[in-house]
Design a protein around this ligand. Structure first.
Ligand code: NAD
Ligand code: MG
Length: 386
């Protein structure tokens, strides 16, 4: 029996993880479950899974959580500090599935345990970069990628020396606007952006898929996770989302990982790693799929991947600035305050305005993130022209 904490238990990755835990209740003991504000769903999950502690990040929701769990033995807490404390509770595996840089401090607390962290929260790694990877090395933490592309690459690298890698190819579905014209993109609505053709995901990552910032963040994520260098990372558009990524070796062999577009596959691979476990996911039926297609990304209509590569090349704090500006822009777009094409413009403008020195600590990253958000928000004010 292993112990597990799920940070972001009420989200899309949280739900997929819990689905797998439910099917294997005898193998897992649940330590901490966390949510932003949905106390009702969090309480129901905590009761069902007999969690040790349930934590809401939004402190105003703590009384609701307490009254829902009043007659149970489940501890409750609220607020950002409580979230990080919960992530420090000993657990063999922590699934880091909070969305955005809000997940950084709790993910770092889980890393400090020196156990296993299953990382879905890509924004945390993009922002903290070397600060996180140095903590992973120092604490001898096993960091297992949940993001389907990185999980695919991790599997394709297994048993091979990264020194023999010629190229890593991240596949991108291209999102819901793959074939849209520049004029159509300018008028894209939040409802259209969150409707991903292949994956059922949270709103923020769905918008990131539509702008291609998701692939940009993933490029930076891969650059930190796999020691091959930025020049050996490329992106190819693959609208069917069946090949989740590929590794090409010096001898001309390319290894790929394929699977259904169901996050329970990569989550199962990290929960069972280095073994394997069953999932209820439908097997791939390649004959029914008929064909798999690939094409080069269009960085004119979708400049986000180019910006992300520039941020990685600039290094230091620039990926954190890019991420923070994107989080602000996506929230503004979802709130109807920014056009779709304004997202990339706002990120580019923030990167041009703010280039702090490289962070040395978690505190530095949090400060840079906050300042980048403040600057990005300035571009939303009417005086700045939106
Ligand atoms: P989601 O919006 O469905 O869920 C996010 C979770 O984080 C929820 O439990 C929410 O309550 C919690 N949360 C949100 N804001 C918070 C805050 N300020 N403080 C504390 N908790 C907060 O998102 P998701 O789609 O599950 O994605 C989670 C992470 O996994 C993201 O970083 C995303 O990029 C990554 N990811 C998701 C998928 C996917 O298929 N959904 C695939 C790959 C990677
Ligand atoms: Mg992905």
């Amino acid at each position: 029996m292993r112990t597990i904490s799920i940070l972001g238990a009420t989200g899309s990755i949280g739900a997929s993880t819990i689905d797998l835990i439910r099917r294997n209740r005898d193998q897992w003991k649940v330590v901490a479950l966390t949510a932003n504000s949905n106390a009702e769903e969090l309480a129901a999950l905590a009761l069902e899974l007999s969690a040790e502690i349930a934590v809401v990040a939004d402190e105003s929701r703590l009384p609701a959580l307490q009254s829902l769990l009043f007659q149970s033995h489940i501890a409750t807490a609220g607020g950002a500090t409580a979230l990080t404390e919960a992530a420090s509770r000993p657990a063999d595996v922590t699934v880091a599935a909070i969305v955005g840089c809000a997940g950084l401090a709790p993910t770092m607390a889980a890393i400090e345990q020196g156990k296993t962290v299953a990382l879905a929260n890509k924004e945390a790694l993009v922002s903290a970069g070397d600060v996180m990877m140095q903590a992973v090395a120092r604490c001898r933490t096993t960091l297992l990628p949940v993001d389907s592309e990185h999980n695919a690459i991790f599997q394709c690298l297994s048993g091979n020396d990264p020194a023999h890698v010629r190229m890593i190819t991240l596949t991108a579905s291209g999102g819901p606007f793959l074939d849209w014209s520049a004029e159509q993109l300018a008028a894209a609505t939040p409802a259209q952006a969150v409707k991903h053709p292949n994956w059922d995901m949270g709103a923020k990552i769905s918008v990131d898929s539509a702008t291609m910032f998701n692939k940009g963040l993933e490029l930076i994520e891969a650059w930190h996770l796999f020691p091959v260098g930025l020049d050996k990372l490329r992106i190819v558009v693959h609208p069917q989302s069946v090949v989740h990524s590929m590794v090409e070796y010096r001898d001309g062999s390319t290894l790929a990982q394929l699977g259904p577009s169901d996050m329970r596959v990569p989550i199962a691979s990290v929960l069972a790693w280095p073994a394997r476990m069953d999932t209820p996911c439908a097997p791939l039926d390649l004959a029914a799929l008929g064909e798999l297609t690939f094409r080069a990304p269009d960085e004119v209509r979708f400049p986000a991947t180019k910006l992300a590569r520039q941020a990685a090349e600039a290094g230091g704090a620039m990926p954190a600035v890019l991420n923070a500006a994107n989080e602000v822009a996506v929230a503004a777009f979802l709130a109807g305050k920014l056009p779709f094409t304004g997202i990339v413009q706002q990120v580019e403008a923030t990167m041009a305005r703010y280039s702090p020195t490289a962070p040395q600590s978690l505190g530095d990253v949090i400060e840079i993130d906050a300042e980048a958000r403040r600057i990005a928000a300035l571009f939303l004010e009417p005086a700045c022209g939106g």
